[in-house]
Design a protein around this ligand. Structure first.
Ligand SMILES: [Mn+2]
Length: 321
């Protein structure tokens, strides 16, 4: 019998698995990738009796592979907060899906485990840019502002590591980062003692400093669109930079476009935090787009679609540009 843990390569997926494996220590095979690589289940083969855990990737994008694994005799446990579409009913499928805007997968795992490893769920919620949920979940822990900031930065750095066009853009393969994290039950010890985390945090700060020096391509009181250059740092920083802009300017919508090696663009859209809607619809209008109401993206926007994107952005957020 094999154990296979499939997780999104961002803070939420990683901290969801970490909590589960702290509760149920076991050796497992890891299947993960860059944050945008969500068709993870298609890489999995399983047999009768194998146990598959799936974390933080849309069931809707993995349904075919999920049905194949169930038919092969595997048991599947699924935690997620993305749009699932029709959820199969099967005696060997256990589903914990909640698409409410204020939860993330790590908070669902925290709920399942009765809050046993809450600080990791708090870090993950910060990583998914759910600051209010993170603070609410942290309230019973009685952390001072310094400790909360440590968890916020941890979530942001783990999240940041997941962004990139390919694994080559990342500081750490998400499976490697998970193995480093899995050596620590205490996130504050990880943040203080793990040398690899110090490197990740330095990389994060350097990339964010480069991004902060950029001028928006278009900007008004209501919104801004940034174009990042073709460089690994910009592919790493795009999503976190978009989160940062959204938090700094809660009444604005934001678009962050980074140039891919093939000349197309990767797009991150953040709706105004004060009115988090429309990002998913805007991005789904393009073939490789998807996401949630407040935060969405387009994996590959051909360069000749750039003007169309600007026009749709203006239509989605009138008076913005
Ligand atoms: Mn998530």
């Amino acid at each position: 019998m094999r154990r296979i843990d499939v997780f999104n390569g961002d803070a939420d997926g990683l901290c969801a698995l970490h909590q589960l494996r702290l509760a149920e220590p076991a050796e497992s095979e890891l299947v993960t990738g860059v944050k945008r690589d969500i068709a993870l289940l298609e890489r999995v083969t399983a047999e009768e009796g194998d146990a598959v855990t799936v974390l933080d990737v849309s069931l809707d994008k993995n349904r075919g592979a999920l049905l194949r694994l169930l038919a092969a005799g595997a048991t599947v446990r699924y935690f997620d907060h993305h749009f699932p579409g029709d959820i199969p009913v099967h005696p060997r499928l256990e589903v914990h899906i909640d698409t409410a805007a204020e939860v993330c997968t790590s908070l669902l795992v925290d709920r399942h485990l009765g809050g046993r490893f809450r600080p990791w769920a708090v870090a993950a919620a910060f990583g998914d840019n759910l600051h209010a949920s993170a603070r609410q979940a942290a309230a019973p822990l009685g952390l001072d502002e310094d400790r909360l900031n440590t968890l916020r930065e941890l979530g942001e750095c783990l999240n940041y590591n997941g962004y990139g066009e390919s694994l080559a853009d990342l500081h750490f393969h998400p499976a490697e980062l998970y193995r480093l994290v899995s050596g620590y039950a205490d996130p504050f010890a990880f943040a203080a003692e793990e040398a690899a985390y110090a490197r990740l945090r330095d990389g994060y700060r350097e990339d964010m400093a480069q991004a902060a020096a950029l001028k928006p391509e278009a900007e008004t009181a209501g919104g801004a669109v940034y174009l990042l250059p073709d460089a690994p740092w910009s592919r790493r920083v795009s999503g976190v930079f978009a989160n940062d802009l959204a938090t700094a300017h809660p009444n604005r919508a934001h678009g962050v476009l980074s140039r891919r090696r093939d000349g197309a663009y990767t797009v991150s859209v953040r709706a105004p935090l004060a009115n988090p809607s429309g990002a998913d619809e805007l991005c789904r209008a393009f073939p490789t787009g998807g996401g949630r109401k407040g935060a969405a993206g387009i994996n590959c926007l051909p360069a000749d679609q750039l003007e169309t994107f600007f026009a749709r952005f203006r239509a989605a957020y009138p008076d913005v540009i």
